[in-house]
Design a protein around this ligand. Structure first.
Ligand code: IDP
Length: 136
């Protein structure tokens, strides 16, 4: 049973030259890239994507950050792809939660600048894929 997940390399990951590193880890895991695009993010897209955080104190900062430069957006497919990519990414806080060996654990220091996004459930994945890749 294959499933899909939405992956973003956030502006910090793109500007630090970590796109290849992230793609490489996805491919080495055995997951398949089914869509891939570098793009600038409209604020309205960022708002939809992070709608569940609208009431959080960091929401404005998060939108500023996500729209601050190009992101790499990808749809990734494979068995248990949602969980598989969340494992590759590591926990939200790159120091306290993500362990070494994960993308955030290896390359991140601050909770906002944690390099990648991965959908947190299959329902979120389908919602987010519609936002980023409505044609899929
Ligand atoms: P996730 O990306 O690991 O699923 P979420 O809790 O959904 O984590 O948070 C979404 C994003 O919001 C995080 O990846 C991070 O960039 C940012 N974020 C989360 N918590 C904080 C915070 O306390 N301060 C600033 N940014 C935060």
């Amino acid at each position: 049973m294959s499933e899909r997940t939405l992956v973003l390399v956030k502006p910090d990951g793109v500007s630090r030259g970590l796109v290849g590193e992230v793609i490489s880890r996805i491919e080495r895991k055995g997951l398949k890239l089914v869509a891939l695009e570098l793009r600038n993010v409209e604020r309205s897209v960022a708002e939809q994507h992070y709608a569940e955080h609208a009431e959080r104190s960091f929401f404005g900062d998060l939108l500023d950050f996500i729209t601050s430069g190009p992101v790499l957006a990808a749809v990734v497919e494979g068995p248990r792809a949602v969980t598989a990519f969340r494992q590759l990414a590591g926990g939200t806080d790159p120091v306290e939660k993500a362990t070494p060996g994960t993308i955030r654990g290896d390359f991140g220091l601050e909770v906002q600048y944690n390099l990648v996004h991965g959908s947190d459930s299959t329902e979120s994945a389908e919602r987010e894929i519609k936002i980023w890749f409505p044609e899929l």
